[in-house]
Design a protein around this ligand. Structure first.
Ligand code: CA
Ligand code: CA
Ligand code: CA
Length: 129
């Protein structure tokens, strides 16, 4: 899922972050910083879920509190979409999105400290793609 953000907002967030200044932030790192609301350079379960719920809200153009195939186009053909749709209703409900993200969180938290650091998220995203 692509997150829309202005370049200026990204620069401000980067300036406030604990990452040392460099020019080549990865997409994962930038999204991490945006998701890290309290700026401790760790994503809590809540911060991680908020990203998905925020995306759901933005994508849900017909307002049924679910991600429908027509709302995400080709992304609905991904295995992730079919896997997440546990009740096979053809769309992803809020509950299904949360369940999938919680499973993602547990899988990504390799050091089992209950939070995700940049390395864990980067590794997890690399494995997924
Ligand atoms: Ca945090
Ligand atoms: Ca919808
Ligand atoms: Ca962790």
């Amino acid at each position: 899922m692509k997150h829309a953000f202005s370049a200026l907002a990204a620069v401000c967030l980067l300036a406030l972050s604990g990452l040392s200044a460099r020019a080549d932030y990865t997409v994962v790192e930038v999204n991490f910083i945006i998701a890290d609301k309290n700026g401790d350079m760790l994503l809590s379960k809540t911060e991680y879920l908020l990203v998905a719920l925020d995306a759901l809200q933005k994508l849900d153009t017909n307002g049924n509190n679910a991600i429908d195939p027509e709302e995400i186009g080709d992304l609905s053909k991904d295995a992730e979409f079919a896997d997440g749709d546990t009740d096979k209703s053809g769309n992803l409900s809020v509950e299904e999105v949360i369940a999938e993200k919680l499973a993602d969180f547990e899988a990504a938290d390799t050091n089992k400290d209950g939070a995700l650091n940049v390395e864990e998220v980067t590794e997890f995203e690399a494995k997924k793609n």
